[in-house]
Design a binder for this molecule. Structure first.
Ligand SMILES: CC(C)[C@H](C(=O)O)[C@@H](O)C(=O)O
Ligand code: SF4
Length: 478
């Protein structure tokens, strides 16, 4: 019997397996940020240990960074975490994309950008959206702070072998529908737990048509389906993306690596624990109406009623969600007005996301009463966007143009939404209080966020001329 992609990477990294099924995995890349690392470094220091492989450890700061002025950290806890990361990296010899580094940015944006993320690697970070890196055919998952310490000290990690789930994405996306809509629709259909205990391999004919950035958006949110990780087999698009990036292999090492990467795919006769086929051709742009990423519908839909759901557990969850969100069943999604729009986060703050949003707002203006923010995912994304003049398109339209960081994705820095107000957000989580106490988050694609900012309420981006003129085909607008 053949092997799945996951099994190939897993088997190549197992150092030893115990009778109870736990395996010790070798970790190729350990990404670190300021929020989940302080106790881990403190533990190392306490035990008098050093880092096993400092060259395979890379740190950045993102969650706490104020995006109006990164050097003016007003919050004392944030300041302490940022300073502590700087000290820890110095003491333990870890490479750090500091606030003044040209490489600083959201950890899941900079890993791929710098060529740290490559096919076949095992990648961990004390952060759930580490699943993003799976788009390269790397086995990448989030770990807790005590595991961060374990990996720092040993470069290994104990894990139970997850099950495998394949999702075959078939068909092609309509103009204005993006990979963000694919993952939101999948989670809306199957729920936030369907991936629990599994590593998802996204396969099917759609993947080959997507850019790396679009693929990352899907893998980023596989964690919101409950999965341990999301994976996609590397192909020529992956290889072209990685080539010549600062940390990518070079010369003979590159040739050898590419030869191995071309073998990294599930064998034809590989068997998955679960197999799903999902047709994307009829998808509409998605908008979440509730308080988990699975509570969503097409923009052409309406807010559901608790009675539309079968189980009493779901009915209660929906009742509570609608109350928190201040929504009435039957309301058209397009009748929901927003006061804030956030284009950013590790899900959708890469250059293609910004190009797509800019193509929609170009020459137009943000609606009255709407505050709109664009927060590039990294310094590199920001530089690239500015070299293309995108910042001018955004600022002329009334958007704020910020410095890189997690920003409004979560309320750990000054960018928050006031209680009771509504935000169309390109991020990945819409939990209660996620963007600030009492804040109401609606998850959407960058195209939808841009269109919503202009109208002041949700609107079907497929009605925008830019979508049809410039070929805003699932997010590749230039
Ligand atoms: C702060 C961090 C631990 C957290 C995570 O693990 O995902 C954050 O990045 C998030 O998106 O909620
Ligand atoms: S951008 Fe949001 S989801 Fe991504 S790492 Fe930061 S807080 Fe987490």
């Amino acid at each position: 019997m053949g092997k799945t992609l996951f099994e190939k990477i897993w088997d190549a990294h197992v150092v030893k397996t115990l009778d109870d099924g736990q395996s010790l995995l070798y970790i190729d890349l350990h990404l670190v940020h300021e929020v989940t690392s302080p106790q881990a470094f403190a533990g190392l220091r306490f035990a008098g240990r050093r880092i096993r492989q400092p060259n395979q450890t890379f740190a950045t700061m993102d969650h706490n960074v104020p995006t109006d002025n990164p050097f003016d950290v007003r919050d004392q806890i944030a300041k302490k975490q940022i300073e502590t990361l700087i000290e820890n990296c110095r003491e333990f010899g870890v490479q750090l994309a500091d606030l003044d580094s040209p490489h600083q940015g959201i950890v899941h944006v900079i890993g791929p950008e710098l060529g740290l993320t490559v096919p076949g690697k095992t990648i961990v970070c004390g952060d759930s959206h580490t699943s993003t890196h799976g788009a390269f055919g790397a086995l990448a998952f989030g770990i807790g702070t005590s595991e961060v310490e374990h990996v720092l000290a040993t470069q290994c990690l104990w894990q139970t072998r997850p099950k495998t789930l394949r999702i075959q994405l078939e068909g092609s996306l309509a103009p204005g529908v993006t990979s963000k809509d694919v993952i939101l629709a999948l989670i809306a259909k199957y729920g936030v737990n369907f991936g629990t205990g599994h590593v998802i391999e996204f396969a099917g004919s759609l993947i080959g048509t997507l850019t790396m950035e679009q693929r990352m958006t899907i893998c980023n949110m596989s964690i919101e389906a409950g999965a341990r990780a999301g994976l996609m087999a590397p192909d020529e698009t992956t290889i072209a993306y990685v080539k010549d990036r600062p940390h990518a292999p070079r010369g003979r090492e590159w040739d050898e690596a590419v030869a191995l990467w071309r073998e990294l795919k599930s064998d034809d006769d590989a068997v998955f624990d679960t197999d799903i086929v999902f047709d994307v051709s009829e998808l509409s742009p998605q908008v979440t109406w509730g308080t988990n990423p699975g509570m969503g519908s097409g923009v052409d839909g309406t807010v559901p009623s608790p009675e539309d759901f079968e189980s009493s557990v779901e009915q209660r969850a929906v009742t509570q969600a609608l109350e928190y969100m201040g929504l009435t069943p039957g309301t058209k999604i397009t009748d929901i007005a927003v006061q804030h729009v956030f284009i950013g986060s590790c899900t959708n703050a890469r250059i293609e996301d910004l190009r797509l949003a800019a193509s929609i707002v170009a020459g137009r203006h943000v609606a009255d009463g709407v505050r709109a923010l664009v927060v590039p995912g990294s310094k590199q994304v920001k530089r690239q966007a500015e070299s293309e003049g995108l910042h001018e398109v955004f600022t002329a339209a009334g958007f704020e143009w910020r410095e890189p960081g997690c920003s409004m994705c979560l309320g750990m820095n000054p960018d928050t939404i006031p209680a009771g107000e509504r935000c169309a957000s390109t991020s990945n989580r819409n939990f209660e209080g996620r963007q600030g106490r009492g804040a109401r988050t609606h998850l959407v694609s960058p195209a939808m966020a841009a269109a919503t900012a202009l109208e002041g309420h949700f609107v079907d981006v497929r009605e925008f001329a830019a979508v049809h003129e410039g070929g805003v085909a699932h997010g590749t607008a230039r």
